[in-house]
Design a protein around this ligand. Structure first.
Ligand code: FAD
Length: 469
């Protein structure tokens, strides 16, 4: 049976694009964080939508599961197979053409395997902006971004990937092609199928192409780092900047002092913007479609007002592109510094922005009581209510040993998130990693509707089995 399917796959995509030897398959099986490796029957690399459809139809006929894979930068073990060795990994890497750019409609149509950075660059060459931006942008793909509804650093102004997509082309679980590549901003013609596939983590079908929204490229962008005494002050500063700057406020990231200490220890060459250490920091980005002078005026007057009103302790405004990049590098190096220092217990949560200070205070206190000396590594896209609330062991203790407390730490953090009306996955998704947590925190009604959708669209259960549900 397997040999027959593999022979069919070779006919569809060519011998060179069906990988079956273990060593060549290994990188496609490994989770980005290196915590897990699955096993697969083969890795298949189609070139276009027709080949994807033919492969899916062949797998459906043989009842063989499919794991769609993009850049494999997902953080919840969604794009790697389980250890049964039964599934085909369908890598979209070669399905990577930019099909068209429509400047007047402000859209671009791209294939799922396009790397995010390449899409940003193509939009830039056309004088426009594709605003999705995240630290994995050099490796992650548009198909992966859509399937995880990725967030990133510009959600505050432009929304998640869902808000950046006007149309999809999808190969369904039967191997049929749904051409929903409409670049329409209004289309009320029944069920919103597009929305089902976005964020579905490959469990309902394979996204092969998308129509993405483009925006005018801002004429000026300014970055500032603001020192704060507490998360509450960060939320107050966010409110003040939103009131003063409106849509010009495009980024607002929170970083605790401990995060910047980690970065300073692991990356001593990065700048230290303040001589003194402060409890919290906000990285603020302002964009203007008018001019540099407009952006400067707005940022400086707003931060001046925040300092006078006691909503900030100190601030550094970048005066060159290099300084702005350096400030962003502090934020982007936090995950790298964490990884270099040792493994942490990670959470990607969201809450109403107003509830974040209370959540941080309660979670810090509960963890100190349960694990005295443990070190919360708290940072994230505060403007979107999204925190990466990670927990490192007490100084001097083994990171590996501390991972043994993962279940207990998760329970403390996720119970509090639920109590505060938040979500246990803000932007990374569920994959295999948070499947049990999802079952615990979603209501039976919600889980029942999700299962009904899955059963209707994928009755054989071949699309990325074991993920989400
Ligand atoms: P993969 O990891 O290959 O796949 C992710 C999921 O999508 C899997 O379930 C897979 O089966 C499915 N999938 C992939 N392609 C398709 C397709 N064509 N059709 C159907 N299903 C498909 N995420 C954020 O949201 N915000 C961040 O700020 C952020 N920062 C990150 C920083 C770093 C350093 C890293 C490593 C990751 C970060 N991520 C972030 C997570 C990750 O980059 C995103 O989830 C990204 O969107 C995944 O894209 P990918 O192409 O790598 O997808």
């Amino acid at each position: 049976m397997a040999e027959g399917l593999l022979a069919r796959c070779r006919t569809i995509v060519g011998d060179a694009h069906v990988i079956t030897d273990a060593a060549t398959m290994a990188p496609f099986m490994a989770d980005w964080r290196g915590r897990y490796s699955g096993r697969g029957l083969a890795v298949v690399l189609p070139l276009n939508t027709a080949q994807v459809a033919a492969i899916v139809a062949a797998c459906a006929a043989a009842h063989v599961p499919i794991v769609p894979q993009g850049g494999r930068t997902g953080l919840v073990m969604g794009s790697v197979p389980d250890t049964s060795g039964a599934a085909i990994v369908l890598s979209l890497r070669r399905v990577n053409r930019i099909r068209s750019i429509d400047s007047l409609n402000r859209t671009m149509t791209v294939e799922a395997g396009c790397i995010l950075a390449d899409v940003q660059a193509a939009a830039g060459e056309a004088g426009m902006l594709y605003p999705l931006s995240l630290a994995a942008e050099g490796s992650c793909t548009i198909g992966g971004n859509l399937s995880t509804n990725a967030g990133g650093t510009a959600v505050l102004r432009y929304g998640n990937t869902r808000e950046l997509c006007l149309g999809l082309e999808v190969v369904n679980a039967q191997g049929e092609v749904w051409d929903g590549l409409r670049g329409l901003r209004k289309d009320n013609t029944g069920y919103a199928l597009r929305e089902l596939f976005i964020g579905a983590e490959g469990t309902l079908g394979v996204i092969t192409a998308a129509v993405l929204k483009l925006y005018p490229a801002p004429r000026a962008a300014l970055t500032a780092l603001v020192a704060l005494d507490s998360p509450r002050q960060a939320v107050e500063l966010l409110g003040l900047l939103q009131a003063r700057c409106g849509a010009a406020l495009t980024g607002f990231e929170l970083m605790s002092a401990f995060c910047l200490e980690l970065v300073a220890a692991q990356f001593p060459d990065l700048p230290r913007p303040f001589e003194d250490c402060h409890p919290q920091y906000a990285l603020v980005e302002l964009s203007s479609n008018e001019s540099d002078a407009h952006a400067h005026g707005l940022l400086e007057s707003s931060i001046g007002e925040a300092l006078e009103a006691g909503v900030a302790l100190d601030a550094v405004v970048a005066t060159s592109n290099k300084q702005a990049l350096d400030l962003w590098r502090l934020r982007e190096h936090i995950p790298l510094a964490q990884a270099a220092a040792g493994k942490n217990i990670k959470h990607d949560i969201s809450l109403a922005v107003s509830r974040i200070p209370d959540f941080i205070a309660r979670a810090d206190a509960a963890l100190q009581q349960a694990f005295p000396g443990c070190q919360p590594v708290t940072f994230g896209h505060l403007g979107d209510g999204n925190l990466h609330y990670n927990v490192a062991p007490p100084a001097g203790e083994s990171h590996e040993a501390f991972l043994g407390h993962q279940a207990a730490v998760n329970r403390i953090v996720h119970d509090l998130v639920a109590d505060c009306g938040g979500s246990i996955s803000a932007e990374h998704g569920i994959g295999m990693l948070k499947r049990e947590e999802l079952a615990r925190y979603k209501s039976p009604v919600e889980l029942g509707m999700m299962r009904a959708i899955k059963a209707a669209l994928d009755p054989l259960g071949i699309m990325n089995p074991g993920k989400i549900l």
